[in-house]
Design a protein around this ligand. Structure first.
Ligand SMILES: *Cc1c(COP(=O)(O)O)cnc(C)c1O
Length: 223
C-alpha cells in the first residue's frame, strides 16, 4: 500500500467519472528506490525528461518490466537513445526528428508510441509545434511503420484563474477531436500535472502526468 499513490488514483477516478484516465508517474530527479516503491504498489507507467538520467534508471529497473515515456525536450542527437530505450515519446514537436526516430527504432521492438506536443496557446519560446502544424506532422508520423501515432500532449501555462486554465485544455481537446477525423485510431490526450490535473480531466484528458504530488517536491532542481 502506497498512501499517496492511492489518494492520487482515487482523485483521478473521481474526476474521471467512469472514463478511463491513465496516470503517468513523472520520476525525473527521483531516486530509483522511489520508483521501485511505486512499482511495488502497482504503478506501471513512468515519465522522464532527461535522456541519460532516464537510461540509468531504466537499466536499474529492468527487472520490473515498467513502461517508460520520454516527456522532455528532444534534440536530434538524442533521438537514437529515445528510440532504443522508451516505449513512448510524448514530446515530438518537429518533422525533422521523425525519420531519425524511425531509423533507430529496431524491428525487434514494438513501434514507438508517439504523441505530438502542441504549443496550444501559441506562445513565443514555448516547446511544442504550432496548432496549425499538427495535421502535417501527424500525417508524417503515420507514414512510418516503426512509429505509431497515439495523440497529443501539451503543457499549458499554469494560469491562476481556473477558467483560463480550462480554456487551454478545452482548446487541446478540440484539436485532438479534429485530428481524430484524420486519424481515427488515436486515443491519448496527455494533459494535466500536479496542480491542474482535475481541470484537465474535466476537459477530457486520457492521461495525466504527475510528479510532485506523487513524489514530493523535487530537490535540487535540475537544469
Ligand atoms: C515535470 C513534468 C511534469 C510533472 O510536473 P509536476 O508539476 O511535478 O506534477 C509533467 N509533465 C512534464 C512534461 C514535465 O516536465
Amino acid at each position: 500500500m502506497h498512501t499517496v499513490l492511492a489518494a492520487c488514483t482515487q482523485a483521478i477516478a473521481r474526476a474521471a467519472a467512469g472514463r478511463k484516465v491513465r496516470l503517468l508517474a513523472v520520476s525525473k530527479a527521483q531516486p530509483t528506490e522511489r520508483i521501485r516503491a511505486l512499482a511495488a504498489a502497482g504503478q506501471r507507467e513512468f515519465g522522464e525528461n532527461y535522456v541519460q538520467e532516464a537510461i540509468d534508471k531504466i537499466d536499474a529497473c529492468a527487472d520490473l518490466d515498467l513502461c517508460w515515456h520520454f516527456i522532455g525536450p528532444l534534440q536530434s542527437n538524442k533521438c537514437r537513445e529515445v528510440a532504443r530505450h522508451f516505449a513512448w515519446l510524448q514530446s515530438l514537436d518537429r518533422a525533422k526528428l521523425v525519420p531519425i526516430l524511425a531509423r533507430y527504432r529496431a524491428d525487434t521492438q514494438p513501434p514507438l508510441q508517439v504523441l505530438i506536443q502542441v504549443n496550444i496557446e501559441d506562445e513565443a519560446g514555448k516547446a511544442g509545434c504550432r496548432p496549425e502544424h499538427v495535421p502535417i506532422l501527424a500525417d508524417l508520423v503515420a507514414t512510418q511503420p516503426r512509429l505509431r501515432l497515439r495523440g497529443l500532449m501539451a503543457i499549458p501555462t499554469p494560469h491562476p484563474d481556473p477558467a483560463q486554465r480550462r480554456m487551454a485544455f478545452a482548446a487541446l481537446r478540440t484539436l485532438f477531436e479534429q485530428l481524430q477525423g484524420r486519424h481515427p485510431d488515436i486515443d491519448t490526450l496527455s494533459m494535466g500535472m500536479s496542480d491542474d490535473f482535475l481541470d484537465a480531466i474535466a476537459e477530457g484528458a486520457t492521461l495525466v502526468r504527475i510528479g510532485s504530488a506523487l513524489f514530493g517536491l523535487r530537490t535540487p532542481a535540475r537544469k
